[in-house]
Ligand binder design. Structure first.
Ligand code: ASP
Length: 343
């Protein structure tokens, strides 16, 4: 009986994907009434003005394959019974190493032409969390966030001190110039000419912040986010990504969320926590909670972007108020989904 139920759920899931083509809403893989999958994983590579037809075939293929690689790295861990935290880290490390995304090498440049990286990680089991802001030398900022969580008494370290901490933890360090790519230099030049602070994906380059959320076989949730922030940022600007509750949140009581978009709005709306709070206190399901925050709270105030989320029952939400969001998800026993554009 149980397996018949699971098969039905699987068939239904497949049907939804075929019928909808590239799904763009939170109900992509909502399965509130079905059996919890053994694991679930979702990732994003940023949301923004990514119009259908705006990417050439080679670029689109490169994004899809980078998303597939990151998803596979996380899924491998979950499939072997590994933790949600390990899966989130594995997926994010792959994207930090890809120049396609605004994280790690290939991150956007500050007003001064340097790279300042932010990252955060949260574990739903005990609400433990770690984050770094404005690090300039850490190859994988998500690993620094993990070290803050596991090996320091703090939650958030910033600037020079955070770089020093990473060095003391023996994390891999690079010269700041290693992170900078020509593409980002050109992007900064354009932003400087127009005197604008830009969201990475709003200038036609269509790249972005990365994040991952996971549910593991033990029923534990985790979320992580990593970014270079916004092009032409200055004065030590920090966005939502390293802020627990804004860019990242995870609680086994409800869900795990990673956000991407215009950080100033996401901070003021405490977006990631708000999605989980709507589930916990208002009884909303994951899809409704994500939709409400992204469309009814962020959009009216001008906050463009999106969230990925997974709840404790293994439902996945991929919600955005922008034309596109690089995203992918998979649940145990199902075919992975990789998508870029909205409907
Ligand atoms: N949320 C990030 C920030 O504001 C940017 C992004 O998601 O692309 O720093």
């Amino acid at each position: 009986m149980r397996s018949l139920f699971a098969c039905l759920a699987l068939a239904l899931g497949a049907l939804t994907m075929t019928a909808c083509g590239e799904p763009g809403t939170a109900s992509d893989r909502d399965a509130a009434e079905t059996e919890r999958p053994r694991y679930a994983l979702a990732i994003h590579g940023g949301a923004g003005v990514i119009e259908r037809g705006s990417l050439d075939a080679a670029t689109e293929a490169a994004y899809r394959s980078a998303l597939e690689e990151a998803l596979a790295a996380g899924e491998r861990i979950l499939d072997q019974g590994g933790s949600a935290v390990d899966a989130v880290i594995a997926a994010i490390v792959v994207m930090e190493d890809s120049e396609l995304f605004n994280a790690g090498r290939g991150a956007v440049l500050t007003h001064e032409g340097t790279v300042e990286l932010d990252a955060s990680l949260m574990r739903g089991e005990d609400l433990d969390a770690g984050a770094v802001a404005g690090v300039t030398r850490v190859r994988h900022p998500i690993l620094a966030a993990r070290a803050v969580m596991e090996r320091s008494p703090h939650v958030l370290l910033a600037g020079v001190g955070a770089d020093r901490f990473a060095a003391e933890m023996d994390l891999e360090l690079m010269d700041n110039s290693w992170f900078r790519t020509d593409r980002r230099r050109q992007q900064l030049e354009r932003a400087l000419e127009e005197d604008r602070v830009r969201l990475d994906h709003d200038d036609g380059d269509n790249l972005g912040t990365v994040g991952a959320v996971a549910l593991d076989a033990d029923g534990n949730l985790a979320a992580g986010t990593s970014t270079g922030g916004m092009t032409n940022k200055r004065w030590g600007r920090v966005g939502d990504s390293p802020l627990i509750g804004a860019g990242t949140f995870a609680s086994n009581a409800s869900c795990a969320v990673s956000a991407t978009g215009h950080g100033e709005y996401f901070i003021r709306r405490t977006v990631a926590r708000e999605v989980c709070a709507l589930m916990e206190h208002a009884g909303l399901d994951l899809a409704s909670a994500a939709r409400r925050v992204v469309h009814e709270q962020l959009l009216p105030m001008g906050g463009s972007g999106g969230v990925i989320a997974v709840d404790h029952r293994g439902n996945v939400a991929l919600e955005m108020n922008t034309p596109g969001m690089y995203r992918a998800s998979v649940r145990a026993g199902e075919e992975p989904l990789v998508a870029i554009y909205g409907r």
